[in-house]
Design a protein around this ligand. Structure first.
Ligand code: C2E
Ligand code: MG
Ligand code: MG
Length: 728
């Protein structure tokens, strides 16, 4: 170290040091001041450029040391007014919030703690603003709190937004939880992250269980692929949502039909986040649809396929037979014999049960691939597919016949039934299902005509017959209007006296092209079509009129009785009594001279009603004969209960009688019975003197037959009356 040029005294030295120190301290203070000023400037700049209100408050005097200009916007008051009156800060606080806010402020001033409080302030224009005020203590060099620095921000909007958000979140939560349809949020990989109660209920899982699962695990295996594919489409941005009918497997293994609606939720950058799923349980609707579909195609009573379904299957078979050479199928048309009798005697309820039982037996008689349908009433159809030969169809018909021979036990009744079956084979070559069904139907009718309880196979002659029959029906409908009917009269003779006692009126049809047609060929058709009623009425009037005319014209002639046939159908007509009364009144014929011929079948039909009608008509002195006696369901035990006057022995018994008296036992029995019941007898179909002699011997009162005369037209019959021959 070099020697100093001038020697400095120690006192001088310490003074120098002091000066130096003061200078340095001065500079430091200056720098610090400078820094503080700069910091304050920076603070001011920041404070004046932000939305928040900055403030500095003296901890000693409560004086506002600084308030940033935003105060004016938030508080709606000038900064100057606050500087002048710091209390105006507190007096602006909403009365409901002020006590709490002031208490916090006081505590803070006392303790020097951080401060945070939210309160409302009322602006001079009375608008309300929510502020959040935070303040922090600042200490002096001695570590004593000398001021508070704080920020106040207007959080009205944010609070409102927060409230709104909270509300909408709550609403969403409620909507989600309480929704009557299943709702779920699932990840892009199909895992459930949120599920609602309705979904859990539909699938039988608890929320916790379901949250452990994924869509793939509870989907119906046949539907998952589609679901996954559609989800991928959403993720790839092709669409934003989809919906489809999808099946789930519930916890108990049942299939749950649903309508699934899926929405992809993305973030602000369109990045897929998750799926919102709505799952609507449509199991009931599906079941109903299925039920409706089933009902539309099935018979409600028996549950068998109905006509629509049968025709559809028939159509398919027809197509197959058209494609496939030698393909054979058959249609069996089955109609129960006398089902009406069952219904009428034991009631419809038992009748219905019988139909159900029959349906079950029919089902058992066919192969599972074949179809048995109920067309309605007591009509069933059977479709036999893929037959090796026609004999297979016959075998089925026979087995049906067999199965129906066993009695049906229904509610204590032992019921027997038979059926008539018509078989039509596809080998006849058909274009339309209706045609093959029609032919099977026709064949069934033929089987019925042939005596019921049998089957028949269709052949073309049947169709011709049916066509003829249809033609007949059409012609018949017009015949009455065109006056093509005529009444023929066949004399009835008193055998004891050998004189004319009356006539039987018999219908004839003078067909414009086919000539005269006998009643056997058209009466049954008239009965089926209901034409018998107008025809019968016309004929009754015509016959009564003729009888009356003859009475007037030949007064010297003994009273002639007119016999008119009444069909069962006419008997069922409620207006019958009135109709007969009208005819008698209009023609002037006394009821004494009218005899109505009824058959035994009418008597069997409905005992009480028939008796009542007969008794009613008898009030007009009209008499009754039982026609064709012995050919119907003769019930001798019933005979005495019917108020009839005459029995007409059927021609078939009379024709068998031999000259030597053989084969006359039945006739004898009938005559004896009739006499015991106080009835007289007319023998029909007398053709020979021998028959006449026999009948006279048996004391049969009256006779009718070709021996005396064939039925005559009105003119000839009148001549017959005029000549009034006496037979010995
Ligand atoms: P029915 O009432 O038993 O009439 C008698 C039938 O026997 C008549 O046939 C008659 O021509 C026939 N006949 C009479 N004597 C002889 C005979 O000696 N030998 C033969 N072989 N036959 C004889 P028709 O006129 O053909 O009538 C047949 C059936 O048609 C009648 O049988 C009757 O049941 C029904 N019928 C006829 N006209 C009417 C009618 O106006 N209304 C109703 N409901 N049925 C009628
Ligand atoms: Mg008759
Ligand atoms: Mg007869």
């Amino acid at each position: 170290m070099s020697e100093p040029e001038t020697e400095i005294l120690p006192q001088q030295n310490s003074l120098l040091n002091l000066v130096e120190q003061v200078l340095t301290e001065n500079q430091r203070l200056k720098r610090e001041l400078q820094e503080i000023t700069e910091r304050e400037e920076r603070f001011r700049q920041i404070a004046e450029n932000v939305r928040e209100v900055f403030f500095v408050i003296s901890a000693k005097t409560d004086e506002i040391l600084y308030i940033s200009p935003t105060y004016e916007t938030v508080w709606g008051r000038s900064c100057q007014s606050l500087y002048e009156n710091p209390q105006s800060w507190l007096s602006a606080i909403h009365p409901e919030d002020s006590s709490k806010a002031i208490a916090t402020i006081e505590t803070q001033f006392r303790t020097g703690d951080d401060f945070e409080e939210e309160y409302r302030i009322i602006r001079p224009d009375e608008s309300i603003c929510l502020v959040r005020v935070r303040a922090f203590p600042v200490c002096d060099v001695m570590g004593k709190v000398n001021r508070f620095v704080g920020i106040a921000e207007d959080i009205t909007k944010r609070k409102e937004a927060e409230e709104a958000l909270k509300k909408s979140e709550e609403q969403f939560r409620l909507t989600f939880e309480m929704a009557p349809i299943g709702m779920a949020i699932s990840t892009l990989k199909g895992k459930f992250t949120r599920v609602n109660q309705a979904l859990c209920d539909a699938l039988g899982y608890s929320p916790a269980e379901l949250l452990e699962l994924s869509f793939a695990e509870i989907s119906h295996p046949d539907d998952w692929e589609t679901h996954h594919y559609l989800e991928q489409k959403l993720i790839n941005g092709a669409e934003s949502n989809f919906q489809f009918e999808k099946r789930f497997i519930a916890k108990n293994g049942h299939v749950v039909d649903t309508l699934l609606k899926v929405l992809l939720v993305c973030d602000a950058d369109a990045k897929p986040l998750h799926f919102n799923n709505q799952i609507i349980d449509i199991t009931e609707r599906k079941q109903m649809e299925q039920q409706l579909r089933h009902d539309a195609l099935h018979d409600a009573l028996t549950g068998l396929p109905n006509r629509a379904l049968f025709m559809d299957r028939l159509q398919q078979q027809l197509k197959r037979s058209q494609r496939q050479d030698k393909y054979l199928f058959a249609v069996l048309f089955l109609d129960l014999d006398r089902f009406k009798v069952v219904n009428d005697s034991v009631g419809h309820l038992i009748g219905d049960k019988l139909l159900i039982e029959i349906a079950r037996r029919l089902e058992k008689s066919i192969a599972p691939t074949d179809t048995v349908a109920r067309l309605g009433g007591d009509e069933f159809t059977i479709l036999l597919e893929n037959l090796a030969s026609r004999s297979e169809a016959i075998l089925v018909a026979e087995s049906i016949y067999q199965t129906l021979t066993f009695p049906f036990n229904i509610e204590g009744y032992e019921l027997f039934t038979t059926a008539s079956i018509g078989i039509a084979l596809s080998s006849q070559g058909y274009d339309k299902p209706e045609d093959i069904l029609r032919d099977a139907d026709l064949t069934m009718y033929s089987a019925k005509e042939q005596g019921k309880a049998r089957y028949e196979i269709f052949d073309c002659s049947l169709r011709d017959r049916a066509l003829q029959r249809l033609e007949l029906e059409t012609d018949l409908r017009r015949a009455l209007e065109r006056g093509e009917f005529e009444v023929y009269y066949q004399p009835i003779t008193s055998l004891a006296l050998g004189i004319l006692s009356g006539f039987e009126a018999l219908a004839r049809w003078n067909h414009p092209t086919k000539g005269s047609i006998g009643p056997a060929d058209f009466i049954p058709v008239c009965e089926e079509t209901g034409l018998i009623v107008p025809l019968g009425n016309w004929l009754l009037k015509e016959a009564c009129q003729t009888a009356r005319n003859w009475q007037l014209k030949y007064p010297e002639h003994p009273a002639i009785k007119m016999s008119v046939n009444l069909s069962a159908q006419q008997f069922r007509e409620p207006q019958l009594i009135q109709e007969v009364e009208n005819v008698l009144a209009e023609t002037g014929l006394n009821g004494n001279f009218l005899k109505l011929e009824i058959t035994e079948s009418i008597l069997i039909d409905n005992l009480e009603t028939v008796t009542e009608i007969i008794l009613n008509l008898r009030k007009q002195n009209i008499q009754f004969s039982i026609d064709d006696f012995g050919t119907g369901y003769s019930s001798l035990s019933y005979l005495h209960r019917f108020p009839v006057d005459t029995i007409k022995i059927d021609r078939s018994f009379v024709s068998q009688m031999q000259a030597n008296g053989e084969n006359s036992a039945i006739v004898k029995a009938i005559v004896t019975l009739a006499h015991m019941l106080n009835m007289d007898v007319i023998a029909e179909g007398i053709e020979t003197t021998a028959q006449l002699a026999q009948l006279k011997l048996l004391q049969c009162e009256y006779g009718q037959g070709f021996f005396f005369s064939k039925p005559l037209n009105q003119q000839d019959a009148e001549l017959f009356v005029a000549n009034s021959p006496r037979w010995k």
